[in-house]
Design a protein around this ligand. Structure first.
Ligand code: ADP
Ligand code: ASP
Ligand code: MG
Length: 413
């Protein structure tokens, strides 16, 4: 008998028939003698719909109330799955965030899970009942509902698995595993049997939304056995493993493991910022105070006038707040114009092989240049190179790089 967490994403939960399919999968695990906790997402499209309502109500809305609205999608699907299981003769009940409880920080809309009390849950599981838990949410110490950021149900599932000391955490989604790049963009993408936590973390953080970044970080830290698979058939998925479980010299191993894209960044440029010590701090301090993450940063060489242009990217969803903070700080920073562009995309290549191979980045720049794709910004880490390009060229860039690094599936036409 094993203790398992099964997480089902929005596509798997979209409608009565699909929820029945999910319930049948859960029943199979129960019939095999396992104790099962299920973490569910809202139906596909539902969270976007709810987010839009918030935007329409007030563009700069109170994030506490945003959380109340957007957390409701998962509450619906957890009740529906519990009912469906019961109708199949499987004892089940839902456990909302405040009922367990799942305690989080009070960073509304991007809260962190701090503690999960599993006492009641463990008793229910031991009695043979399936626990259905709405993903993406929790509750603060003063009992306000929080959400964990978009895609947060993956993190809920991993956190549940860690707290319950589950034997494994299975993430069921609409693709049958982790691919070398988004298979919806590159049909020649190859499924990876295994990928290391480190690479998955980096891939997720630069836009491979198959797993939320924080879920991978948490799984790595808590040593949760994580796999990604589809709820629509029985094909084997992708295992996320430690470095020791994947051979450094594996002949199958490529220098680049995967490529990701992210269209949700926005570029901001401040022109004619005084070129003096402390100027950059005066730009980024108000953004940090507003909890806005800045990603790529470029500071041009100073103009003759003793001023410089500073360009950086922020998450698209934070653009309004970032512009607001920068406008308020105009006199302190002393810039001339505040420009922004949302028609940009970040393309990233990831692979631990980069540590031991030279020329990886230049292959990227050459491949993009040969197709006339202009690079607007660059950032790197030990196992990643990212470039910012025009959003219209995203698909072309990903395809070109996939071929340039020899990642195309052999059987592809
Ligand atoms: P869920 O609702 O199940 O959480 P998501 O839409 O969040 O599903 O994540 C699954 C999607 O991630 C896939 O449909 C696919 O388009 C996308 N994706 C992006 N990069 C990858 C990748 N490298 N491998 C697999 N899927 C990817
Ligand atoms: N429903 C939430 C979202 O769409 C959380 C999730 O599905 O992981 O972001
Ligand atoms: Mg997801």
């Amino acid at each position: 008998m094993a203790k398992i967490v099964m997480k089902f994403g929005g596509t798997s939960m979209a409608g009565t028939e699909r929820i029945r399919n999910v319930a049948a999968r859960v029943k199979k695990e129960v019939d095999a003698g396992n104790q099962v906790a299920v973490v569910v997402s809202a139906m596909a499209g539902e969270t976007d719909r709810l987010v839009n309502f918030c935007r329409e109500a007030a563009p700069l809305h109170d994030t506490k109330e945003y959380d109340v609205v957007v957390a409701s999608g998962e509450q619906v699907t957890s009740g529906l799955l519990a009912m469906t299981l019961q109708a199949m003769g499987v004892p089940a009940r839902s456990w909302l965030g405040w009922q367990l409880p799942i305690r989080t920080s009070d960073a509304h809309a991007s809260a962190r899970i701090e503690d999960i009390d599993c006492t009641a849950l463990n008793a229910a599981l031991a009695s043979g009942e399936v626990a259905v838990i709405p993903g993406f949410q929790g509750v603060t110490m003063d009992n306000r509902v929080t959400t964990l950021g978009r895609g947060g149900s993956d993190t809920s599932a991993v956190a549940m698995a860690a707290a319950m000391k589950a034997d494994r955490c299975d993430i069921y989604t609409d693709v049958d595993g982790v691919y070398t790049t988004d298979p919806r963009i590159v049909p020649r993408a190859r499924k990876l049997d295994k990928v290391t936590y480190e690479e998955m973390l980096e891939l997720a953080s630069v836009g491979a939304k198959v797993l939320q970044t924080r879920s991978v970080g948490l799984a790595m830290k808590e040593k949760v056995r994580l796999q990604v698979l589809t709820s629509f058939d029985d094909r084997p998925g992708t295992l996320i493993v430690g470095d020791d479980e994947i051979g450094e010299n594996d002949v199958e191993r490529q220098v680049i493991t995967g490529i990701a894209h992210d269209k949700n960044e926005a570029k901001i440029t401040l022109t004619n910022v005084p070129d003096r010590p402390g100027a950059v701090a005066s730009i980024f301090t108000p953004l940090a105070e507003a909890s806005i993450n800045v990603d790529m940063i470029i500071q041009n060489i100073a103009h003759d006038s003793g001023s410089t242009d500073v360009t950086f990217t922020v998450p698209g969803a934070e653009l309004a707040r970032a512009l607001d903070a920068l406008e308020k700080g105009k006199d302190t920073i002393g810039y001339e114009r505040l420009l922004h562009d949302t028609k940009v995309a970040k393309i990233s290549i990831v692979g631990v092989g980069m540590r031991s191979h030279a020329g990886v980045a230049s292959t990227m720049f050459k491949a993009l240049g040969s197709r006339g794709i202009n690079i607007q910004a660059i950032s790197t880490s030990e196992i990643k190179v990212s470039v910012l390009i025009d959003e219209d060229e995203t698909e072309l860039a990903v395809r070109v790089l996939h071929t340039a690094y020899g990642l195309d599936a052999e059987d592809a036409a």
